[in-house]
Design a protein around this ligand. Structure first.
Ligand code: HEC
Length: 270
């Protein structure tokens, strides 16, 4: 388990450098300027989500934290970061939220960028210069202020935004939680056994797996699914009912329009 993680980490860092650094030189942006938090074309960092995204998550973190290879399923590009951070339990430390509104000390992401004692794995950004104190202070202040989303991020369409694991992904360890994030807040009264299901697919048979489904307490655009038993190796399908009576809907009773489903594979234990 430990060896496995180290190996995939090395592969990841190597991948990040071929993908992110080719042609530009390590740590340089398209204009050949050094990438440093709080010193991009968008100006000094301020304690709001848009500024943190533009100055930190996009230029620094999303080199690694993107797409199917995003460590711990944490995508930090602009389209996904908010709902995978705010109110969402950490994978490494499941008792802590990645970002806990109002509580920067209790937010695992803050502990990771500060390299606090007791974190799993390394300080973020992994293997790079730690973020400047002014940047960490701005992130702390945004969390103290309740970690509000950027006003421009509010979508007019109700849809599934992303999932963790992603559709078609293969995961090494059985996920303790499955995430489904939405472009708008979900009506909590519609989150139940008939609107969200988890099945294990074995040949042409499917077996229903019992889950606890709930919206993230401080972020109702995020659905957290907790299987009641550790998932054994195999193929799983999550389905969110998006049509007909009793479909999942937003606060204005707008449904998804069709069912949404995704599948992932849990590898056998080594
Ligand atoms: C060079 C690649 C790389 C960069 C850049 C990077 N990370 Fe990571 N991150 C990782 C890896 C690999 C892990 C899992 C292993 C570990 O924690 O050391 C991880 C884990 C994390 C976790 C733990 C997630 C959880 O659910 O437990 C957080 C939070 C995190 N990173 C935040 C950040 C932030 C914020 C930045 C930007 C300031 C960043 N990372 C930049 C590679 C990176």
């Amino acid at each position: 388990m430990h060896i496995g993680r180290c190996r995939s980490l090395a592969a990841l860092v190597a991948f990040a450098c071929t993908a992110g650094c080719a042609g530009n030189g390590d740590g340089l942006d398209q204009n050949g300027q050094p990438i440093t938090a709080g010193n991009t074309t968008t100006g000094p960092i301020t304690a709001d989500f848009q500024s943190i995204q533009d100055n930190v998550f996009t230029p620094i973190c999303s080199k690694c934290h993107i797409g199917a290879s995003a460590p711990e399923g944490l995508q930090l590009d602009a389209a996904h970061s908010y709902n995978l951070l705010v109110g969402v339990p950490s994978t490494e430390e499941p008792n802590l939220l990645r970002v806990k509104p109002g509580d920067p000390d209790g937010s695992y992401m803050v502990q990771k960028i500060e390299g606090a004692p007791g974190i799993d794995g390394g300080q973020m950004p992994l293997g790079e210069t730690p973020l400047p104190q002014a940047t960490i202070d701005a992130i702390r202040q945004w969390i103290t202020n309740g970690a509000p989303n950027a006003p421009s991020a509010v979508s007019t369409v109700f849809a599934v935004q992303t999932t963790a694991p992603l559709d078609k992904a293969t995961v090494k360890a059985p996920p303790a939680r499955i995430l489904v994030t939405f472009t708008q807040e979900v009506d909590a009264s519609l989150v139940n056994d008939s609107t969200i299901t988890l099945e294990r697919i074995a040949g042409d048979r499917t077996e229903r797996i019992s889950i606890a489904a709930a919206l993230a307490e401080q972020n109702p655009a995020v659905l957290l699914l907790t299987p009641s038993t550790v998932l054994e190796s195999g193929i799983y399908r999550v389905t969110v009912r998006g049509t007909g009576g009793g479909a999942l809907a937003n606060l204005n009773a707008m449904t998804l329009g069709s069912d949404a489903s995704f599948e992932f594979t849990v590898e056998p234990a080594p």
